[in-house]
Design a protein around this ligand. Structure first.
Ligand SMILES: [Fe+2]
Ligand SMILES: [Fe+2]
Length: 559
C-alpha cells in the first residue's frame, strides 16, 4: 500500500474551518493531477520502450505487464489474431495473486484458441474477447458474475478450479496503423491502490489502456513487418542460391554446404578463448551477415554460361565436339579402304575384299589409336606432357576430304582446346569463370543492404582473394582481406574438393582434401590459422560425417 505524502498546511483565510476545507480540496486536486501526470508520463515512456523492443515474445509480455501496472490489475490475457482473422490465439496469460505466468518467454500456450465464428459461420458474440475483436468495441464490466450478455462459463470454471474470483474486466481491441484488429488485451480485477480490494476499471484507466493498446499494436506490427521482411529476404536469397546451383548438375548443393561450413568455422571461432582467435567474436548480427554472404558468395555465376561453368571436356562448346572427330576418323577409315579397293579393282577385274582390307588394317588401327588418344585427352587431365602435346600436333596435321577439299583433321579451335595443359578451360574461359567473383561483387554492391548487412558485398566478393595477393577479382593484399572472406574461401575450397558431383573428379577423400589445403596454406593462398582451427577442432570431420560418403572419410580422418 502506498503511503500518502504529508502536505504543508497553508493559512488561506482567518477562518480555520474554511482553511481546513480549502487545504483538503487543494491537496486532493494536487494528488489527482500528479497521479494523472505520472500516468501520462509513464505512457510516453512505455511507448518508447515498446518501440525499442525487438524480441517479439518479450514485447508481448511487456504489453500485458504495462497494462496491468497501469490499471493495477491482478491479471490479464493477451490474445493475438490469427492470420486468417478467424481466431484469437493465447499469447500471454498472467494472474499475479495465483502466481500464474504463461506464454511469451515462458513458452507457448497450448490452450485452444478462441474461435471468432461458430460452426455455422455466425459471429461468436458470446465470448467477450471474440465480441471485442469482431465489433472493435471496448468492454468494461464491473462484475462478470452479474452479467448475462456474455458467456463466462470458462471463467467460472477457471475460478472453480483455482479458487479465484474473477470480477472486474476490461477488454480492449488492439488496432494497427491500418485500423485492423491484431489482438485483444483483456485485464481482470482492478485493485484499489489504497486497500487492495477489487474495484471496477475506471474510465480514466480505460482510456489510458486504450492508448497503451494502440501504441502496443503499432510496436507489434512494426516487429512483425520487420520479421516478415527478414523472412522474405532470407527465402529470396536461398531461392537465388538454389537457382544458381540448379543451373548446373555439377554444383549440386554447393551453396548450402558452403553456408554450413562457414557457420561451423565461425561458431568455433566464437568458442575460442585462447590462441589467434581469442579476441575474435562474431555477435548475432555479424553471424547473420556472414551467413547471408555465404549464401550469396557465388551469385555472380548467374551471368556465366553453363557450357563454360561446367565445361566437362576440352571440346565442349554447347555440345562435346569429340563426336565430330569420331565422324572424321570414320570417314578417313572409309577413304583408306575405298582407296585400296579402287586401286585393286582397276588392276584386275575381281577381288577378295577381306584380303584387301587386311592390307590397310595397319593404317586403320593407327586411326583408331589416334581417336582413343583424342578422347582421353579431351576428358581433361591434371597435367598434359610434352609428348602428348607433340602427338596431338601430329594428329592435327592429318587431313580429310570434304566436298573434294582437303581439310585439317583438327580445326584451329579444336587444337587450341585439346592442348590445354590442365583441366578443360582455355585462358579466356577461365577468365569468364573467374569473373563470377567480380560479378558477385558488382551485383551485391548495387543492393541497398541495411546497415547490419552492409559488408556482405565485400565478404562475398572477396571469396577468391588469396593472402599472397594473386587472387581475384582485385588481387587484394592479405591485410585487406577480412577474416569473414578468409573463412568463406576455406569453406568454398573444402566443399569443392570434397564434393562428389564435380566434372571429371570424384570427391577427394578427407586426407586428399586436407593435403591439398595444406599446399594452399603453404602457398599463402588460404589462412594458416583458420586451417589449423579447421583441422585441430575437427570441423572437417564433423562436416564429413554429415555431408560426405563413408568411403571419403579415411582412417586418418584427414590427418
Ligand atoms: Fe566462387
Ligand atoms: Fe563457391
Amino acid at each position: 500500500m502506498q503511503r500518502k505524502k504529508k502536505r504543508k498546511y497553508v493559512q488561506l483565510t482567518d477562518n480555520d474551518e474554511i482553511n481546513r476545507l480549502l487545504n483538503t480540496v487543494v491537496s486532493s486536486v494536487k494528488d489527482f493531477t500528479e497521479s494523472q501526470f505520472e500516468q501520462i508520463r509513464r505512457l510516453t515512456q512505455i511507448g518508447a520502450a515498446l518501440s525499442a523492443e525487438s524480441n517479439i515474445e518479450r514485447l508481448l509480455e511487456m504489453i500485458l505487464e504495462e497494462a496491468k501496472r497501469f490499471t493495477n490489475a491482478d491479471g490479464g490475457t493477451l490474445y493475438i489474431m490469427s492470420d486468417d482473422e478467424k481466431r484469437l490465439h493465447f499469447a500471454i496469460v498472467e494472474t499475479d495473486s495465483l502466481n500464474v505466468r504463461m506464454g511469451g518467454l515462458s513458452g507457448e500456450i497450448t490452450w485452444p484458441p478462441v474461435e471468432l465464428y461458430n460452426e455455422n459461420g455466425d459471429p461468436n458474440y458470446a465470448n467477450v474477447s471474440s465480441y471485442s475483436a469482431l465489433s472493435g468495441n471496448v468492454v468494461n464490466i464491473a462484475d462478470v458474475y452479474n452479467i448475462d450478455e456474455y458467456n463466462f462459463e470458462g471463467t467460472r470454471q477457471y475460478d472453480a478450479e483455482t479458487g479465484y474470483r474473477s470480477q472486474s474486466m476490461l477488454v480492449i481491441p488492439m488496432r494497427n496503423h491500418e485500423n485492423d484488429i491484431i489482438g485483444i488485451l483483456q485485464l481482470i480485477n482492478a485493485r484499489d491502490r489504497e486497500n487492495g480490494g477489487t474495484i471496477p476499471f475506471s474510465l480514466f484507466s480505460q482510456e489510458l489502456t486504450e492508448s497503451l493498446a494502440s501504441q502496443a499494436a503499432i510496436a507489434l506490427t512494426k516487429n512483425r513487418l520487420i520479421m516478415d521482411l527478414q523472412n522474405l529476404f532470407e527465402s529470396f536469397i536461398k531461392t537465388i542460391a538454389t537457382a544458381i546451383d540448379e543451373k548446373s548438375p555439377y554444383t549440386g548443393d554447393h551453396g548450402r554446404r558452403v553456408v554450413e561450413l562457414t557457420m561451423m568455422i565461425a561458431e568455433e571461432i566464437n568458442e575460442m578463448n585462447h590462441g589467434p582467435f581469442e579476441s575474435v567474436f562474431f555477435n548475432k548480427d555479424q553471424m547473420n551477415e556472414l551467413r547471408i554472404a555465404a549464401w550469396l558468395h557465388d551469385v555472380g555465376k548467374v551471368a556465366i554460361p553453363e557450357y563454360v561453368m561446367d565445361k566437362s571436356t576440352k571440346l565442349t562448346t554447347v555440345h562435346d565436339r569429340i563426336d565430330l572427330l569420331r565422324t572424321r576418323i570414320e570417314v578417313l577409315k572409309r577413304d583408306i579402304e575405298n582407296d585400296v579397293l579402287r586401286k585393286e579393282l582397276a588392276r584386275r577385274g575381281g577381288y577378295n575384299e577381306e584380303s584387301l582390307i587386311n592390307r590397310c588394317r595397319h593404317k586403320i588401327n593407327n586411326l583408331e589409336d589416334d581417336y582413343e588418344f583424342l578422347a582421353s585427352v579431351n576428358g581433361g587431365v591434371e597435367c598434359m606432357t610434352d609428348d602428348q602435346v607433340m602427338r596431338l600436333t601430329k594428329i592435327g596435321r592429318k587431313s580429310w576430304m570434304v566436298n573434294g577439299k582437303k581439310q585439317s583433321l583438327l580445326t584451329e579451335d579444336e587444337m587450341r582446346n585439346l592442348v590445354i595443359r590442365r583441366g578443360t578451360l582455355t585462358d579466356e574461359e577461365r577468365a569468364i569463370v573467374n569473373n563470377h567473383a567480380a560479378i558477385t561483387s558488382r551485383m551485391l554492391s548495387q543492393m541497398p543492404f541495411p546497415k547490419k548487412l552492409k559488408n556482405i558485398p565485400c565478404y562475398a566478393g572477396s571469396h577468391h582473394e588469396c593472402l599472397n595477393g594473386r587472387g581475384y577479382p582485385l588481387g587484394l593484399k592479405a591485410e585487406d582481406i577480412p577474416i569473414q572472406s578468409r573463412i568463406l574461401a576455406l569453406a568454398d575450397v573444402f566443399e569443392a574438393l570434397t564434393a562428389s558431383d564435380r566434372p571429371y573428379r570424384r570427391g577427394n577423400t578427407l586426407s586428399q582434401a586436407v593435403s591439398i589445403l595444406e599446399c594452399m596454406v603453404r602457398d599463402d593462398h588460404l589462412d594458416a590459422d583458420l586451417f589449423d582451427l579447421f583441422i585441430n577442432r575437427k570441423i572437417h570431420l564433423d562436416y564429413a560425417k554429415k555431408e560426405l560418403s563413408q568411403h571419403q572419410i579415411d582412417e586418418r580422418d584427414g590427418r
